[in-house]
Design a protein around this ligand. Structure first.
Ligand code: FMN
Length: 380
């Protein structure tokens, strides 16, 4: 039974080979930032309002013209088929059933068109600005035709983070069964069946760009040719010209960068450290959020992700001025535990927890949540 996100994580851990589980769960280097994303929330405490009539409550919000059931969206997580056969298709189904937005990644293992065909909720697309501008442009055009509502430009991957667990586990894309991990894979027959009998794992939106069409060929091409750390703020201006819908910048950790994103035309930012997978030594995102809100909260939407595991975490972020939160690993745990239903279940748990937290705080709607409901309790 799944009663909370932690239950889903435990089930996922049982169902996935160690190398896959740790590829998802792990962070960069000493995982200081990964852990800070969680512990940061514990240093913020609620200050409830008692004896307020909370009999009628509503967790829904309006975001860039879409009404969603709660202030929680799904982050992009790339190559999701390493977890299950349908990968992103099931994530889109689960997100739609739960009534919220799914941000699919440019590095998805299913095509934008196939995902859009099964999605019943709004889709956003996350992009990296690679050196091959024509490629990015064609993907943005496909997103427009497929009905994607917003673009999200990720800016915290000039180079890949140093994830040592993957190196230690011999984690490869696509995962390879070898002598060292044979038993680990054989003991997860569902996962093994999905990997052996599903479509071969690759970056479906990028087929045709590399000399081969599999994940290794495209991944190598991405790393050698496209991922040059030469992107700068002018790329955001370029994207702004290209896309007239809502545009967000993901990977903001300071007031300065939030202001710059606003200056270059972004409609929102995602305060994010990539789930602790990139630069280790960054603070938890809940601790970076207040300075970003203070600098740019009146000019743009401020979303945040990283370590959000409970409805109380979402409401703490709202109290600090966030418009909404996003999650990555929690829905991947749901996917591993129960496919589209598992994704939906995890999201429903979040919605119920947010609703209960509002009631216990004396708030009927997301708009009732403000800075008076929270205080900093940690030592600095
Ligand atoms: C397996 C995995 C793959 C990811 N791939 C991407 C990606 O392709 N693009 C991106 O912007 N962020 C990616 N992220 C980061 C997430 O979008 C998000 O910032 C992070 O997972 C949030 O933290 P949480 O997992 O603690 O909720 C990935 C995260 C994970 C766990």
């Amino acid at each position: 039974m799944i009663h909370n996100v932690e239950d889903a994580r435990r089930q996922a851990k049982r169902r996935l080979p160690k190398a896959i589980y740790e590829f998802v769960a792990g962070g960069a280097e000493d995982e200081i930032t990964l852990n800070a994303n969680r512990t940061g929330f514990d240093r913020w405490e609620f200050r409830p309002r008692a004896l307020i009539d909370v009999a009628v409550r509503d967790t829904s919000i309006d975001l860039f013209g879409d009404r969603i059931t709660m202030p929680l969206l799904l982050d992009p997580t790339g190559l999701t088929r390493v977890i299950s056969r349908a990968g992103e298709l099931d994530v889109a189904r689960g997100a739609g059933a739960a009534g919220t937005i799914y941000t699919l990644g440019i590095g998805a293992s299913q095509s934008i068109e196939d995902i859009a065909a099964v999605a019943s909720g709004p889709l956003w697309l996350q992009v990296y600005i690679w050196r091959d501008r024509e490629l990015v442009e064609s993907i943005v055009e496909r997103a427009r035709l497929a009905g994607c509502r917003a673009l999200c430009m990720t800016i915290d991957v000039p180079v890949y983070g140093n994830r040592e667990r993957d190196a230690r586990n011999g984690m490869t894309i696509p995962p390879r069964i070898n002598v060292a991990n044979f038993w680990d894979s054989a003991l997860r027959p569902r996962w093994l069946r999905d990997q052996l009998f599903g479509d071969h794992l690759t970056f479906k939106n990028l087929q045709g760009i590399a000399p081969g069409d599999d994940a290794v060929a495209i991944g190598t091409y991405l790393e050698r040719e496209l991922y040059k750390p030469s992107s700068d703020w002018r790329d955001l201006a370029w994207l702004r010209e290209l896309w007239d819908g809502p545009l967000l910048v993901k990977g903001i950790m300071t007031a300065d960068d939030a202001l710059r994103a606003a200056e270059y035309g972004a409609d929102g930012v995602v305060v994010s450290n990539h789930g602790g997978r990139q630069l280790d030594g960054l603070p938890g995102t809940i601790d970076a959020l207040p300075e970003v809100v203070a600098a740019a909260g009146d000019r743009m939407k401020i979303l945040m992700d990283g370590g959000v595991r409970r409805g109380t975490d979402v409401v703490k972020a709202l109290a600090l001025g966030a418009t909404a939160c996003m999650v990555g690993r929690p829905y991947l745990w749901g996917l591993a535990a129960g496919g589209a239903k598992g994704v939906e279940q995890v999201l429903d748990i979040f919605r119920q927890e947010i609703d209960r937290t509002l009631a216990l705080l004396g708030a009927c709607t997301v708009d009732d949540v403000d800075r008076t409901l929270i205080r900093y309790a940690g030592s600095t």
